[in-house]
Design a protein around this ligand. Structure first.
Ligand code: FE2
Ligand code: FE2
Length: 181
């Protein structure tokens, strides 16, 4: 999984991508869960990397269904698919140890986020901090990938979504609801 993700990211040849690859390798990206509670998706070790790869795969499939003049570039699908969650979910989960000393069965992880700046917003900010050159379309695609679930609210947010964010949202929701633990 790690080798596949790194190869995909490197294939974009995007300015700053090596910094992002290094950051992922040095962070808990490949071991972090995708969520902290069993009722949500991929609440397991390695859940985030698995989720990110699945979102990339399904965004690619959806992109292939689009007419030629509406397709997104492979690079945009790779960057948005693989990196959409790195802000809120990398280096933010820790074990939820109960008073008994055991890790909680239902909620094995809790968030320990010291830089709370939003969900999609944080992914964009972290990537820009690492020096990744993103297009405005990709920034918007990552920023709004939660679409209707975004904390800014459906009515305020929907005028801001771009098509790339909608494609990412569909791949994200499909993967989390049907293909993950
Ligand atoms: Fe997300
Ligand atoms: Fe996601």
């Amino acid at each position: 999984m790690k080798a596949q993700i790194e190869e995909l990211l490197r294939s974009t040849k995007r300015e700053g991508i090596e910094n992002v690859i290094t950051y992922l390798a040095e962070s808990d990206f490949y071991t972090a869960p995708a969520s902290g509670t069993l009722q949500y998706h991929n609440c397991v070790v390695g859940g985030l990397a698995d989720h990110s790869y699945k979102v990339y795969q399904h965004a690619t499939m959806l992109n292939e269904l689009l007419p030629a003049n509406k397709k997104f570039s492979k690079e945009s699908i790779i960057l948005v698919g693989l990196l959409h969650d790195i802000g809120p979910k990398v280096n933010t989960y820790k074990d939820n140890i109960l008073a008994s000393g055991k890790i909680s069965d239902k909620k094995p992880y809790v968030k320990n986020d010291t830089f709370k700046i939003g969900h999609g917003e944080k992914s964009v900010i972290v990537l820009l901090q690492k020096g990744l050159k993103l297009t405005e379309e990709e920034i918007s695609g990552i920023r709004w990938h939660m679409n209707a679930f975004d904390d800014i609210g459906f009515y305020k947010g929907k005028d801001s979504w771009n098509k790339l964010s909608i494609l990412c949202f569909i791949a994200d929701y499909f993967s989390s609801q049907f293909l993950e633990e």
